[in-house]
Design a protein around this ligand. Structure first.
Ligand SMILES: C[S@@+](CC[C@H](N)C(=O)[O-])C[C@H]1O[C@@H](n2cnc3c(N)ncnc32)[C@H](O)[C@@H]1O
Length: 277
């Protein structure tokens, strides 16, 4: 798969991870810097306070793990990922890490690949999966494993981008951006289902919400916008005219470009069925 695809879709593919890791790290960090408040406000939906153990599934560069550590300073936060470079970054930030392929299910139940020091104390109070569940080959299997690992009053939080982030403020350019986003969607970027029925089928009650953030226009926001548009150039579905317009935009990408960065995330908060979520 083309490694220029979105920050979520192709990220779990190992070949890509090896070749494009630097870009992916930078993009995940830019997303955290620009839309960090977006992710932080997701935590307001968890409705849980007594948290001793947290597992961040597909933790990436640690955007969510850092938020979780700040929100629950007394909790043990364990990061799971299958990309050794991500795990190294997470380790450097002081997180316990587990290298595991989530395609095989919830790793803390898998046993052999774990070492004593990396295993979060079961049962788990909070499982967090941000922009990662759609990478997993067998989400139902993973969700069943999470259900078994969760404490009776534990919470699972699944987060996805509701749509690709938007950056441009000028109406004419915003139309171009819409067409780029449509072409990206046609190529499967950020493709994910409504997780609610799939999570429910694994034995959870689910509530679904959306949170939208308008981010301030900062140098990081400009760089992030540029990164997205540079990646749009690789879309096969983009028309020749739009490709030229994107090139043009990138050539003159300066402080004059009117930015209104905004992102919406969908949040599914799930609790073991039988308990209200
Ligand atoms: C788009 S990133 C999201 C990172 C982070 N959760 C965030 O919100 O910034 C997806 C992460 O899931 C990891 N991942 C994808 N497929 C995986 C799998 N099968 N097993 C373990 N980790 C996986 C990737 O390596 C990557 O770090």
């Amino acid at each position: 798969m083309d490694h220029q695809q979105d920050l979520t879709r192709d990220h779990g593919h190992r070949a890509h991870q090896r070749s494009g890791s630097y870009d992916q790290h930078r993009i995940l960090n830019l997303d955290a810097e620009v839309f960090g408040d977006n992710l932080a406000s997701v935590l307001d939906f968890t409705g849980t306070t007594a948290v001793r153990s947290v597992v961040d599934l597909g933790a990436g560069t640690g955007a969510g793990s850092r938020l979780l550590r700040r929100r629950y300073p007394d909790a043990a936060v364990t990061c799971v990922d299958n990309d050794p470079q991500m795990l190294e970054l997470l380790r450097k930030q002081g997180f316990a890490v587990v290298e595991a392929d989530l395609d095989d299910g919830f790793p803390l139940l898998a046993g052999p690949s774990l070492t004593a020091e990396t295993v979060a104390e079961a049962p788990v109070d909070l499982v967090w999966a941000a922009s990662s569940l759609h990478h997993v080959a067998h989400p139902a299997r993973l969700l069943s494993g999470i259900r078994r690992a969760l404490a009776p009053d534990g919470v699972l939080v699944v987060v996805e981008l509701a749509a690709l982030p938007r950056f441009l403020g000028n109406p004419r350019e915003a139309l171009l951006e819409r067409r780029c986003n449509a072409a990206a969607a046609a190529e499967g970027w950020n493709d994910h289902p409504n997780w609610a029925p799939i999570i429910e089928a694994a034995g959870f009650g689910v509530t679904q919400s959306e949170v939208t953030t308008m981010a301030p226009v900062t140098p990081a926001a400009r760089e992030y916008a540029q990164q997205w548009f540079a990646r749009f150039l690789h879309l096969a579905a983009l028309t020749a005219d739009d490709r030229d317009a994107v090139k043009n935009l990138l050539d003159q990408f300066s402080d004059d470009i009117e930015l209104e960065p905004r992102a919406t995330r969908t949040i599914w908060v799930a609790t073991p069925a039988g308990k209200s979520s």
